[in-house]
Each structure stands twice: as structure tokens, then as C-alpha cells.
Design a protein around this ligand. Structure first.
Ligand code: UGA
Length: 431
């Protein structure tokens, strides 16, 4: 099939590339000419495992192209995906101006029947507005259908999540686009759930909120574990073996971050409020998440005491492992808190150092390329992101290099008993 994908951020680029990989012909459209030029030359603006190779392979095969022209993308496409940002506004609601703008652009260039698919995460009832907008601005009065097709990709494993989805959700108003949408996704062999548009939009917000709730639940349990001397990892395993609950997304941490969970929770609370429901449960999820960072930082303060002029090593800057994304990263929040107290930071992240430079102040932060050199002369070391490679840190070297062997583990990567045997003062989460 012939597709256009408008917006080449994490979602749009992965969507377009993976559809090309299974044989569809895809044109990705973006208004950022520099980005388009970079993509045309085989470069990619983000780090996402496996994506660069797939982009290059599919561009070479002639199945994937990039343009700044909506007309060039939409003209010959059977299906047009909208994958533009839906950023948060100060009151928690979502800024839908990019959605509206793209709906107008599509309307202006449509000359034959199109299936217009919303992939961006949006509040319930957005599809109705998109359809209304296209109808209003399409002078040619061409027929079209709007479909909601939310994405469930995780950054860091987006390509494999796309190629092996748990399910594909298709929200429609009429049956007309269903066969084409099923054909589009047929190569992925995944269960397809066909719903109305509002339900599909709700599935996305409700799924992300539930995952965030699960993390806040285990984080709340971690507080009880600390107070009672229990071990949150053992508790999580014991609960998670119940198939109804599951062990995934049940790791206590210094809190969840990223461009999705915090934003989607706020947006869901807001849309619920507009629909007349006070979603107190999700507000508590947000409160627990914020508290988790406060408690972790308090641990650092209580142990190190005065942070002014102390050298603190920070391992991890991205909001999670396998990405260079630092948006709403707990690690960056922690760096800001440490800097505010006057600490001097030595930081390392396998992929996110360049992006971190754009959000951290220019002074007080030294970027270290080798993770084993971060601890040099430090009064304390903090693990802030769950990168797998941190587990193979040369702990003996680290301890010897530190002024004081104090390690705060915000991701429970190490074993408390082993760390104590190695001579560390070791503090983690819920253990
Ligand atoms: C999330 C969802 O997992 C995806 O299904 C969804 O498609 C995506 O949002 C989206 O809406 O676009 P993502 O934000 O990329 O994906 O990353 P996650 O793997 O969900 O991690 C989110 C945060 O939770 C990270 O800060 C991570 O460190 C934290 N986390 C995750 C925990 O603290 N504990 C866990 O057990 C799992």
C-alpha cells in the first residue's frame, strides 16, 4: 500500500520505517527542512536501537522517502498518518494546534479518497475534531475517513515493539476503512481490536495511565519495604508471578519520566475533569511519583549532609535506558537538584550526553566519556538511569577512586549485600 506519514519524530519515523520494512511504500513528511535533508542522506536525528539501519535499508530499496511537501506525501497515498507532537500546556491539557494544522494541510491537498489516521497521543474526542476540520477546509469536497490508531511503542525498543505488537487498535466511525487498515497491519500477525474512535483514543490514555499506576504502586510498596525491612524486589517478584498482575513494569525506581507518562497522566486527568470526573486515583499516581524523587534526594542529603562543593558522580542522564531522550528525565531533575545545593557533578550517559548538554547549565557539570572514570575524586556516586552496562561497572576501581565510597542506586542495579562486602555505603530503593 502507499502511505504518507506526517511528522518524523520518534513515533512518525519508527512508524514510517517499519511499514516500509514490511513492504509498503512510505513518504515521510516533515516541516523541518534540515531534518528531512539529514534523513534523505541516511542520518537520523535520534538514537533508537536498530532504526538507522532500517532507514538506510528501506531508502536504498526505494520504499522510504522524505519530503517537506505535504502535497507530495498525500497526493498518491492511500493512507495518511498524522504523527505530530501533542505537547503539554501549563494547565496539563494538550496543545492540539499541530494536529489541527496538519488536518488543514491534508484537507487542502486531498484530491481523492483518503484514510486519515491519527497516531499521535490525543485526548478522547480529538478524532471528531480532526474529521470536522478536514470537512471544513477541504474545498474539493473529497471523501475521507478518520481513524484512530494509537501507538504503544516504548522508546529504546520502538522498532521491535512496532514489528511485534501485542495488539493493533483501530478506532473507526464507519466500516469503510477497516479492510484497508487490516491489510496494512497484516504482515505483523497481531490481534486487531476494532472499536469506535473515542474508545481507541481512550485505550491509549488509559493504558499509559495504568502502566504509570503500576510503577507508582510498587514505588509506594518500596516505602513500606524500607520502613519494615522488607525487600521490594522480592515482594515485586512474589506479586508479579500472579499472571493477573505480571512482573513487567513493576520495578521500584526514583520515579518514571519521559515524554509520555507524565504528560499523558496530566492530560487524562484534565480530560476526565472536562468530562465531569475527578480522577483522584491518577492524581495520587502523580503524587507518589514526585514523592519518590523527593525521598531519594533526601537520602542523599541525609547521608552526604552538605552538598556545597561536594563532587557527585551521576551515572545516567536519559529518562530510561537505550535512548538519548532526556525529556522529563528523573536523572536530569536530580542533576538540577544537586546543582542547586552547590554540588559539582561528574556525569556520564552512554547516549544522552549531547542532549543533556542542552538542558543542564554550562558550569558545574563535567561530562565523562568512560563510565568507570566518573567516580574519580567523588564524595558520592548516583545511579539515575537503568542502563544495563552500569551493571558491569568496575566496582573495585570505582571504590578506590572515590573520596568516600557512597553509592546511591536509584534503579536497584546492584545487590546490597555484595555492595557492602565491597566496602560501599550503599543506599537503594525499597531494600
Ligand atoms: C511509554 C509506554 O510504555 C509505551 O507503551 C507508550 O507507547 C509510550 O509511553 C508512548 O505513549 O509513546 P516510554 O515512555 O517510551 O513508553 O518508556 P517506558 O518504558 O514506558 O518507561 C517510562 C518511565 O518509567 C521511564 O522513566 C522508566 O525508567 C520508568 N519505569 C519503567 C520504572 O520506573 N519502573 C518500571 O518498572 C518501568
Amino acid at each position: 500500500m502507499k502511505l504518507a506519514v506526517i511528522g518524523t519524530g520518534y513515533v512518525g519515523l519508527v512508524t514510517g520505517t517499519c511499514f516500509a520494512e514490511v513492504g509498503h511504500t512510505v513518504i515521510c513528511v516533515d516541516c523541518d527542512a534540515r531534518k528531512v535533508e539529514m534523513l534523505q542522506k541516511g542520518g537520523i536525528p535520534i538514537y533508537e536501537p536498530g532504526l538507522e539501519e532500517l532507514v538506510q535499508k528501506n531508502v536504498a530499496a526505494g520504499r522510504l522517502g522524505f519530503t517537506t511537501s505535504t502535497r507530495d506525501g498525500v497526493e498518491n497515498a492511500d493512507v495518511v498518518f498524522i504523527a505530530v507532537p501533542t505537547p503539554p500546556q501549563p494547565d496539563g491539557s494538550v496543545d492540539l494546534s499541530f494536529m489541527e494544522g496538519v488536518a488543514r494541510d491534508i484537507a487542502a491537498v486531498m484530491t481523492s479518497y483518503k484514510i486519515v489516521v491519527d497516531k499521535s497521543t490525543v485526548p478522547v474526542k480529538t478524532g471528531e475534531k480532526v474529521a470536522e476540520t478536514i470537512r471544513r477546509y477541504c474545498k474539493a469536497k473529497v471523501e475521507f475517513d478518520v481513524v484512530s490508531n494509537p501507538e504503544f511503542l516504548r522508546e529504546g525498543s520502538a522498532v521491535s515493539d512496532f514489528l511485534k505488537p501485542d495488539r493493533v487498535v483501530i478506532g473507526v466511525r464507519t466500516q469503510r476503512p477497516v479492510a484497508a487498515m487490516k491489510e496494512l497491519y497484516a504482515p505483523f500477525n497481531a490481534p486487531v481490536v476494532v472499536t469506535d474512535i473515542n474508545s481507541a483514543e481512550l485505550i491509549k490514555h488509559a493504558a499509559n495511565s495504568f502502566l504509570a499506576l503500576k510503577i507508582s504502586y510498587i514505588n509506594a510498596i518500596s516505602v513500606i519495604c524500607e520502613a519494615s525491612g522488607a525487600n521490594v524486589q522480592e515482594v515485586a517478584s512474589g506479586i508479579g508471578m500472579d499472571a493477573r498482575i505480571g512482573r513487567q513494569f513493576f520495578d521500584a525506581s526514583l520515579g518514571f519520566g519521559g515524554s509520555c507518562f507524565p504528560k499523558d497522566l496530566s492530560a487524562f486527568v484534565k480530560i476526565a475533569e472536562q468530562l465531569g470526573y475527578d480522577f483522584g486515583l491518577l492524581k495520587e499516581v502523580q503524587r507518589i511519583n514526585a514523592l519518590q524523587m523527593d525521598r531519594f534526594f533526601k537520602k542523599i542529603l541525609e547521608t552526604v549532609w552538605v552538598l556545597k562543593d561536594k563532587k557527585i558522580g551521576v551515572l545516567g542522564l536519559a529518562f530510561k535506558q537505550n535512548t538519548d531522550d532526556v525529556r522529563m528525565s528523573p536523572a536530569i531533575d536530580l542533576c538540577h537538584r544537586l546543582l542547586k545545593e552547590g554540588a559539582l557533578l561528574r556525569v556520564h550517559d552512554p547516549k544522552a550526553m549531547d542532549k543533556a548538554r542542552t538542558v543542564l547549565p554550562p558550569s558545574g557539570v563535567t561530562y565523562i566519556d568512560d563510565m568507570n572514570e566518573v567516580a574519580e575524586g567523588c564524595d558520592a556516586l548516583v545511579v539515575a538511569t537503568e542502563w544495563n552496562q552500569f551493571k558491569s561497572l568496575d566496582l573495585d576501581r570505582v571504590r578506590k577512586a572515590m573520596t568516600h565510597p557512597i553509592l546511591f542506586d536509584g534503579r536497584n542495579l546492584f545487590d546490597p549485600r555484595e555492595m557492602e562486602q565491597l566496602g560501599f555505603i550503599y543506599k537503594s530503593i525499597g531494600r
